[in-house]
Write a protein that binds this ligand. Structure first.
Ligand SMILES: Nc1ncnc2c1ncn2[C@@H]1O[C@H](COP(=O)(O)OP(=O)(O)OP(=O)(O)O)[C@@H](O)[C@H]1O
Ligand SMILES: [Mg+2]
Length: 236
């Protein structure tokens, strides 16, 4: 059985139908890349998965059962770290509040996670003392601290310079090697092509096309997908 099943998700804001019946499945350990134009509903889909929005209809199942909030983690485009806390405190905060393990376990786990994203020497740094790429890696460690089954990223590198983008993409690639299941909304077509197992192209609130990177990038079936990809690759 697929780890994640999304069936017929719909979401409307005011009069705008933003998600118009989105359905897909994702296997444990797979990486799903979601691409699509601005306003196509990518962020709204991630926010529904992460319980930040309530869908009007449809269902989200993890392991065949209705999903719960803690099964998903979300890394935002602009990091959203707590400015008054150090890197270590940012990572340890939610597990402490939700009492996931005892204090020293949480502390050790937070240190290990920051080590895993290459920030063992920045435990006591505040967000303003870190580069954008470093802040984003703290945000990834913070999301991992809650041990989500599915980790979601909303354009994790779009606020970063190219050199800093690479270090974040390297961390995401490392997580794939560790068999983490991930959903990445991205404008980095080259990254989607080499890291994703499955690619979804969203247009106007529906999945216009879904397949392997080879299918979607090299042999798109839909005219809309083809036009989007031509625009994207021309821009790069
Ligand atoms: N809270 C909200 N209230 C009203 N409209 C919203 C809200 N959130 C999103 N929308 C609208 O829903 C549509 C889809 O937005 P969404 O943020 O999901 O797009 P996106 O695919 O993530 O775009 P981008 O690539 O620019 O990030 C947009 O038209 C947006 O204005
Ligand atoms: Mg968005």
């Amino acid at each position: 059985m697929a780890l994640l099943q999304v069936n017929g998700l719909q979401k409307q804001f005011d009069k705008a139908q933003v998600l118009r019946g989105v359905s897909f499945t994702l296997e444990q350990g797979q990486v799903l890349a979601i691409i699509g134009s601005s306003g196509s509903g990518k962020t709204t889909l991630l926010r529904c998965l992460n319980f930040l929005e309530t869908p009007d209809s449809g269902e989200i199942l993890v392991g065949g059962k209705p999903a719960s909030r803690q099964q998903f983690g979300l890394v935002f485009q602009n990091f959203n770290l707590f400015p008054q806390y150090t890197a270590l405190e940012n990572v340890a905060l939610a597990p402490k509040l939700l009492k996931i393990g005892n204090k020293s376990d949480i502390q050790t786990r937070a240190e290990n996670l920051l080590g895993q994203v290459g920030l063992a020497d920045k435990l006591d740094a505040y967000p303003w003392q870190l580069s954008g790429g470093q802040q984003q890696r703290v945000a990834i460690a913070r999301a991992l601290a809650m041990q989500p089954e599915i980790l979601c990223f909303d354009e994790p590198t779009s606020a970063l310079d190219p050199e800093l983008t690479d270090e974040v993409l390297r961390v995401i690639r490392g997580l794939k090697q560790k068999n983490h299941t991930m959903i990445v909304v991205t404008h980095e077509m080259a990254f989607a092509k080499c890291v994703a197992d499955v690619v979804i192209y969203m247009a106007d609130g529906v999945i216009e096309e879904m397949g392997t990177p080879e299918e979607v990038f090299d042999n798109p079936k839909s005219e809309k997908t083809r036009a989007f990809l031509t625009r994207r690759f021309d821009a790069e």
